[in-house]
Design a protein around this ligand. Sequence first.
Ligand code: SF4
Ligand code: SF4
Length: 459
Amino acid sequence: MATTEYKPTISAKIPRPIYAKKPHGKLLKYRHWFGYSLLAIFIAMPFIKVNGEQFLLFNILDRKFVIFGTVFWPQDMHIFVFGMLVFMVFIVLFTVVYGRVWCGWACPQTIFMELIFRKIEYWIEGDANQQRKLNNGPNTSNKIAKKTLKHFIFLSISFLISNLFLSYVIGVDQLYKIITDPVTQHLGGLVSIIIFTLMFYGVFAYVREIVCTTICPYGRLQGVLLDDQSLVVAYNYQRGEPRSHIKKKEEQPVETGDCIDCNLCVQVCPTGIDIRDGLQLECVNCTACIDACDDVMEKINRPPKLIGFYSSKQIEENTNEKNNARILAYSIVLALLLVVFGWLIFSRTTVGGTLLRAKGTSYQMNADGTVSNLYNLELINKSGNELPFKLESLDKNFKIKLVNSREVLAKDETAQFSFFLIADSKNIKDYKTNLKIIVVSEEKTLETLKTTFISPPTD
Ligand code: SF4
Ligand code: SF4
């Protein structure tokens, strides 16, 4: 077993541009399955409709958010904010336990970069060494042709991603209109598509891993989220050090670690770091170095996972034990939050309403001995369908008379009404009576609104 003189550092000097060697291995196959499945879901989702609504929509411009086909109106903002909070807690807890696995396996930036753009680059320009040679070589017709083809494909895919992105923001129907209507009718939409296309092209053709290592705030948060029990891609220095190039058996130092300093783990790294330098913010946990090192270990007849998913504590104490109590506690917290979120969604009313007495009015005495109050009501149809409705007072002494008769709320409509509450003055004892008005549809009470009724003081 190696000595523990090895001292991990938390930063790395990265030479740019990075020419990552084409990765191979078992984990890469899992990443392919996982990443391409996520990609398929990501592409399909804007086309899935539930009750006529897009499955997911984040229309910031119109302040309309749809999650799992459920529309969240400004009145439901508390549920939306709570949902975002649950999502953030999930990310934080997940990171504390499993490190940056999201970045390497599920983040759209990594999926597009590693599973699409970099694959195209390998296909056109070859593996890392050929890319380096091509870039450093003279501008031959072969180089120009390869570069032109690559950037044309990059731009085309960026255009598709831009459309996909906009379908989540403005909705797939609106996007279809922008594409099919005459250009002059949607100049703003066209400009957005061009801007986003150029932005994605810039990110995937030039900025690349800098998004993960420098720009992404989640990446920068790793320093505070991770602790010595978080599982991260790590090099088992206890086993690997002191490293030495493989030599003939008789020349081998007596006490060497398993690392043969072949540098393959560095060559495959898309962020250009050496995982043997310890935990680094630049590591996106893509696991390419695990695959590369496992290959080497197999060839030299040593056990795999010299690089693997370890916590610093596991490596330091040379153990495989995990802190299951902590994982369980975090999972319970998360499950509770999800239950509350589910309850908020399912107990959400399909009609939202605001009821106010008409400004500047109090009560009107009528010739037939009744007293009336005038109210303004705003109703929002959140059901996603046309909705027949009627208003009723729970106190049967009060009758409702709409100023303009209305029986149906259109889909997604926000309607404003005025109505009178009328009662026989003999039946009212107090100056101020508390009342409940219900919105009923097909014999079901959808919303209950509170108000007060004012009548002349009784002697
Ligand atoms: S791939 Fe494995 S053996 Fe080769 S340098 Fe990296 S850690 Fe050492
Ligand atoms: S160090 Fe390994 S896991 Fe981390 S980014 Fe590089 S190749 Fe991926």
